[in-house]
Ligand binder design. Structure first.
Ligand SMILES: *[C@@H]1O[C@H](CO)[C@@H](O)[C@H](O)[C@H]1NC(C)=O
Ligand SMILES: *[C@@H]1O[C@H](CO)[C@@H](O)[C@H](O)[C@H]1NC(C)=O
Length: 230
């Protein structure tokens, strides 16, 4: 009897080992193929990641974003860091990844003064008939981008790398709904353009991230490598 139990356990263990082997976890890595960056297509399963609100009392703490699973972005960061012709070990990362959809200056300077609250923007992103619409938004990847500029007054060489996005109509539609709310509340339509928008996923930067306020545009102009998703 004891022999049979041992035998059964052995068979069960062997079976689970075989099953484990037949369903391997896809290794989370990114690679260069003919100088093109290859990213795991599961990066697009953002609906599986919870929406993360960003609210606070200080300037620059209120914004709206689509949160990504960093385990698909970290390999890209590691790849560009270890590639001499791209970042060569010079970048810092925040250790998370997101797509900013309403920026802190848009909220602080334009939306909030018209009486739009961050909770209203979060509700628009998560509630209503299009539940969880922001995390479910579709987007594509245009390229690996790099922006750099020397900032005054200390003449610091700044550099930031990011994934530049394409085909992000769902995000623009969200921004149109924000525009409609803003105008309903008496906001001046001249001050918020839903389509003046450069969505990207920041990978890393040298000293700090740099923005349009520093004079850089994170669009197709910034592309340095192709990206394919497999
Ligand atoms: C942020 O929003 C949450 C949920 O509405 C709220 O509980 C929290 O107090 C807010 N924090 C700040 C700093 O406004
Ligand atoms: C990359 O970094 C190494 C170590 O700091 C340095 O010796 C090398 O010159 C750098 N290469 C480029 C292309 O900047």
């Amino acid at each position: 009897m004891r022999f049979f139990i041992v035998l059964l356990l052995t068979v069960a263990l062997a079976a689970s080992a075989v099953l484990g082997e037949s369903t391997p976890q896809r290794p989370l890595s990114s690679k260069l193929k003919d100088d093109t960056i290859v990213i795991d297509r599961n990066v697009f399963n953002t609906a599986d990641t919870p929406f993360r609100p960003h609210n606070g009392t200080k300037p620059f703490t209120n914004w709206v974003g689509l949160t990504l699973d960093y385990s698909y972005i970290q390999p890209v960061f590691n790849l560009i860091m270890s590639t001499e012709s791209i970042a060569n070990g010079t970048l810092r990362t925040r250790g998370e990844a997101h797509i900013t959809v309403i920026t802190p200056p848009e909220f602080d300077r334009v939306l909030r003064p018209a009486g739009v609250t961050i909770n209203e923007l979060d509700d628009l992103a998560t509630a209503g008939p299009q539940r969880n619409r922001l995390q479910k938004a579709k987007f594509g990847m245009e390229c690996l981008g790099r922006v750099q500029v020397v900032t005054k007054p200390k003449n610091v060489f700044q550099q930031a790398l990011q994934i530049i996005l394409k085909e992000y109509e769902d995000l623009v539609e969200y921004r149109w709904d924000v525009f409609n709310l803003f105008v309903q509340k008496g906001g001046n339509p001249a001050l918020f353009d839903p389509e003046n928008f450069s969505p990207h996923i920041t990978l890393g930067y040298r000293h700090r991230d740099i923005f349009e306020g520093d004079g850089v545009f994170k669009r197709k102009n910034a592309c340095i490598r192709n990206i394919v998703v497999e």
